[in-house]
Ligand binder design. Sequence first.
Ligand SMILES: NC(=O)c1ccc[n+]([C@@H]2O[C@H](COP(=O)([O-])OP(=O)(O)OC[C@H]3O[C@@H](n4cnc5c(N)ncnc54)[C@H](OP(=O)(O)O)[C@@H]3O)[C@@H](O)[C@H]2O)c1
Length: 248
Amino acid sequence: MAKLQGKIALITGGTSGIGAATAKLFQAEGATVIATGSSQASVDAARADLPGIELLVSDASDTAAAKALVDQVKAKHGRIDVLFANAGRAQFAPIEQVDEAFFDHQFNTNVRGVYFLLKHAAPVIADGGAIILTASVAGSTGGLPGASVYGATKAALRSFGRTFAKELSPRGIRVNTVSPGPINTPIFLKNGYPQAAADAFLEGAKTRIPLGRAGYPDEVARAALYLAADATYTTGAEVFVDGGLVDI
Ligand SMILES: NC(=O)c1ccc[n+]([C@@H]2O[C@H](COP(=O)([O-])OP(=O)(O)OC[C@H]3O[C@@H](n4cnc5c(N)ncnc54)[C@H](OP(=O)(O)O)[C@@H]3O)[C@@H](O)[C@H]2O)c1
């Protein structure tokens, strides 16, 4: 039997990378999948790659949009069984170059938007459901130059995961965090960096990471599936999918 047969799964940031891989895997496991992107253009571009998946535009940094998204899913599907809060932006700069717009953009998308999505979604998540947050090794590893803002946003998600696990445990809702290391996705290009930066990031993974390579989106998707379906006695946990990076 498929692991998510009959389940309603909402995935934010499902138009590419980790979210798209997870949308496909959840769908293959029997779920009805609703996935979001930030713009009509990115949603339209993703459509051909994600047949059968309901794609919606919903700006993850906009708390009103988060409420509207939950209302829309509730109206059509009645409930959410699995919420994968995955949408995120990654921008890197040393503190001298960080301004308030840079700081707010990432905190609004990666932290504030996720917090209020969870607030609005919690009443709609079925008892016994699952929430998975995409954080990052950057939330745990210290001293990654340029990642002061991004790392702090992901550390916040690790904290949300642990706290919401306690708050929602009376309803049997499990809340867990998946923290990827370097994964080969369009994240650099989507955040305005050149292909050369993406290539350097992936090349650097070969020497920095014990397993000697960057990961693939499907490897994170399988961790998300584990947390969504199999990990029935796991809540408040953080699963690293990072080739061993954080234990160095
Ligand atoms: N790749 C890595 O090495 C890595 C490592 C650790 C953690 N992560 C985390 O993994 C998550 C997924 O990243 P990815 O690597 O798969 O990158 P990606 O391919 O760039 O995917 C990011 C997804 O988030 C969506 N998104 C971003 N901002 C949004 C907004 N304001 N509103 C709605 N959707 C928004 C994007 O939608 P649009 O395309 O429609 O804009 C896209 O679907 C992120 O939270 C990222 O921080 C990635």
